[in-house]
Design a protein around this ligand. Sequence first.
Ligand SMILES: CC(C)(COP(=O)(O)OP(=O)(O)OC[C@H]1O[C@@H](n2cnc3c(N)ncnc32)[C@H](O)[C@@H]1OP(=O)(O)O)[C@@H](O)C(=O)NCCC(=O)NCCS
Length: 153
Amino acid sequence: MTTADLDAVLAIEQAVQHYPWTRGNFCDALNSGYLCCVEEAAGEPGAYAVLMPGVDEAELLNIGVAAAHQRKGMGGAILSAMLEVASARQMPRVFLEVRASNLAAIALYRRAGFLEIGVRRDYYRDANGSEDALVMACDTKSSGTRLTGEING
Ligand SMILES: CC(C)(COP(=O)(O)OP(=O)(O)OC[C@H]1O[C@@H](n2cnc3c(N)ncnc32)[C@H](O)[C@@H]1OP(=O)(O)O)[C@@H](O)C(=O)NCCC(=O)NCCS
């Protein structure tokens, strides 16, 4: 992902996320050296993911797939790519937090090898109330994931 992708990425983000990142959030991620990837579909960004590397673990901060391309394997492909990069960079575990109600994302993560390791009660708070976050983790060495699409880092 580069700044040239941000208009398209933001359009997807605003369409598919309940609480979308801002352009500033994506710029901060790029400027911080986080791993920000896009996967193209028909010459346009169709999916993206942001991974924050740590010393020996990483956190998946964001992932999204354009509505028109969902359930076609793009989310799984870009997630697999992130896990492979984390493994290659000697980060044996990847963590993430996900809203307890986000059943699609939870199913995606489970299928990729993530396990639930905790719950943060009322972690997400807004004017409408609060919601738990599931904390999930994946051992990148044994996730069994394979890169199935071409990923533009
Ligand atoms: C979650 C998301 C990234 C999944 O992307 P995707 O490209 O549709 O996922 P895939 O096609 O690779 O699906 C892989 C597997 O995940 C699971 N899955 C994905 N979407 C699902 C859904 N809506 N319901 C149930 N399971 C789902 C299934 O097991 C699926 O395999 P299958 O299609 O063979 O049954 C996508 O729905 C999305 O962008 N959602 C909005 C943003 C979001 O919630 N991001 C995560 C929190 S930051």
